[in-house]
Design a protein around this ligand. Structure first.
Ligand code: HEC
Ligand code: HEC
Length: 343
């Protein structure tokens, strides 16, 4: 017995002696997870290279982009919370100003079709322009950002490495940020291992019961392995949407008042607080909302109206706990701790 464990120990040691240390590993671009649908972003127009990724990452973490050099993208999009902003119901930007909405997670952006809670940004490449120009986020102009980068020798060298010449242009700036964001793929949660039949995919009986409940009660909107159908819906948070009219602000269609994009639920344990207004602090509060907090309004989603006329999704205490056990299997620790993405 003793002998066997000694041999196993030696074998384990040999297995751990990876001849390649992580720094020597060749750069690998974004890998498409087998259980995801086809990506929406056209990577052939902007192939991810190591130099482009490195430039995009430096820009993402650089406060120089904001008017007074106090705020970086990463201040509101923090790696360990799936690039969302923990403890901040709404975004907190320049001059200590607060926005109206909760910072969205930045993960699996290659599969995004329309960005922001109201889908107001049609292309990933254009998202940074919104953040830079937002008076409550970075309050700068793209021209001023380019001026600053052009005066910086390190950036000029990095633009050259990424794009062949030192020329600093808006297009290159945006492409490199998209290359960084393209790499932020989260697909290694216990749930992913489960659906792909890999080791690490052993789910508890509660989580499995929660998965079945989720499929009947939640997947009408939080569908596919991205956990969103990318549609805009009113899930009954409010009865008055004057403060933030959601999709209507983009489409101007009265039928869109109070509709917001169905968010992905990947890494949802790490992205609290929840909803566009950030007012629900816990997953328990979210389940209580669906079970007994749904409010009536003209655009309330039909899936939240029961045949007997009651509103919401019928859920008892056990069912709520099981759905939460399932949601916890969507946490991808490898992604949340990936050193390639952290500052
Ligand atoms: C002051 C906080 C703040 C800063 C700084 C900030 N963001 Fe955001 N970000 C947000 C908020 C809030 C949203 C949601 C906006 C909305 O829905 O109206 C968002 C949304 C996004 C999204 C869309 C995610 C989705 O699923 O639709 C991306 C991508 C993103 N930000 C990237 C960036 C980048 C890149 C930068 C830097 C150039 C940046 N952000 C700077 C707060 C911030
Ligand atoms: C009718 C469509 C619909 C159904 C059904 C639905 N959701 Fe949602 N869900 C949404 C929309 C839309 C939002 C965002 C609403 C907003 O912020 O205004 C959302 C937000 C959430 C959030 C917050 C995520 C975040 O990052 O802020 C969680 C968690 C959530 N839903 C879980 C569930 C669960 C669990 C169920 C089943 C019990 C469920 N949803 C059923 C449409 C739906």
């Amino acid at each position: 017995m003793k002998y066997t464990s000694a041999v196993l120990f030696l074998l384990a040691l040999v297995a751990c002696r990876d001849p390649q240390s992580p720094v020597d590993e060749p750069f690998e671009g974004p890998k498409m997870p087998a259980n995801f649908p086809a990506p929406a972003y056209n990577l052939s127009q902007n192939p991810v290279t190591e130099a482009g990724f490195n430039l995009g990452k430096k820009l993402f973490y650089d406060k120089i982009i904001s008017r007074d050099s106090t705020i970086s993208c990463a201040d509101c999009h923090i790696s360990y919370s799936a690039f969302s902003h923990p403890d901040h119901p709404t975004s907190h930007g320049i001059d200590n100003l607060f926005g109206r909405r909760n910072a969205l997670a930045v993960q699996n952006m290659l599969w995004g079709k329309e960005f922001f809670w109201d889908g107001g940004v049609p292309n990933l490449d254009l998202v940074p322009l919104n953040a830079i120009q937002s008076p409550v986020e970075m309050d700068n102009t793209p021209a001023e950002v380019l001026n600053r980068l052009k005066q910086n020798a390190e950036y000029k060298a990095m633009f050259k490495a990424a794009f062949g010449t030192e020329e600093v242009t808006t297009a290159r700036f945006l492409q490199s940020l998209s290359q960084f964001m393209a790499m932020l793929i989260s697909a290694n949660s216990p749930y992913d291992h489960y659906v792909r039949g890999e080791s690490g995919g052993e789910l508890s009986s509660d989580a499995l019961a929660g998965m079945t409940l989720f499929q009947t009660k939640c997947a009408g909107c939080h569908s596919t392995d991205l956990f969103t159908d990318n549609s805009f819906r009113n899930n009954g948070l409010l009865d008055d949407f004057t403060f933030d009219q959601g999709r209507y602000e983009v489409s101007q269609l009265p039928d869109d008042i109070g509709k917001f994009r169905v968010p992905s639920l990947r890494n949802v344990t790490a992205t609290a607080p929840y909803m566009h207004h950030g007012k629900l602090k816990t997953l328990e509060a979210v389940l209580d909302h669906y079970a007994s907090g749904v409010k009536e309004s003209a655009t309330l989603d039909p899936l939240l109206r029961q045949p007997d006329g009651s509103l919401g999704i019928p859920l008892n205490a056990t069912e709520k706990a099981q759905i939460i056990a399932f949601l916890k299997t969507l946490t991808d620790e490898q992604f949340l701790r990936d050193a390639r993405f952290a500052e």
